[in-house]
Write a protein that binds this ligand. Structure first.
Ligand SMILES: [Ca+2]
Ligand SMILES: [Ca+2]
Length: 149
């Protein structure tokens, strides 16, 4: 799959303060105006067998307080994530990221019928909402960048 750039290797996980959680009330971290709660919503496409039980991480580059290259947030909660035409929502707290310029997905196939049709991923700070479109199958392990709408 040519669009995949490289494989994930020995990437350091983020500290617990930046950990993705499954519910808004579970978000932890400093209580300061410089910090924002971000919602990541992932829409799996409405095509046959779109769903997956694969492992999925995201990373992004932003105009302020950007994640470092190698920082990845795993998207996981107690639900059966990334199923056909489902929207999965995850939350984390971070210093204001400003404009989100790039968003990357790291996909690691797992389970039966692991191919995943990823439609869009939206990052919402409450003030700014940025959607990245993929609209394609993810099949092999790798990293893919979304197209900012
Ligand atoms: Ca599938
Ligand atoms: Ca699943």
């Amino acid at each position: 799959m040519a669009a995949f750039e490289k494989k994930l290797s020995s990437q350091a996980p983020l500290t617990s303060a930046f950990k993705v959680t499954s519910a808004l009330k579970e978000v932890e971290g400093p209580d300061d105006d410089a910090w924002k709660i971000y919602e990541i919503s992932v829409h799996t496409g409405d095509v046959p067998y779109a769903g997956t039980d694969a492992d999925v991480w995201v990373s992004f580059r932003s105009s302020a307080n950007s994640l470092r290259p190698g920082d990845w947030l795993q998207l996981d909660n107690t639900e059966d994530n990334f199923e056909h035409n489902k929207v999965d929502r995850f939350y984390f707290k971070h210093l204001d990221l400003g404009t989100i310029n790039q968003l990357f997905v790291y996909f690691y196939p797992r389970g039966n019928n692991s191919n995943w049709f990823l439609d869009t991923i939206t990052l919402d700070s409450g003030d700014v909402r940025t959607t990245f479109t993929f609209n394609r199958w993810l099949i092999d392990e790798g990293i893919l960048e979304g197209t900012r709408n």
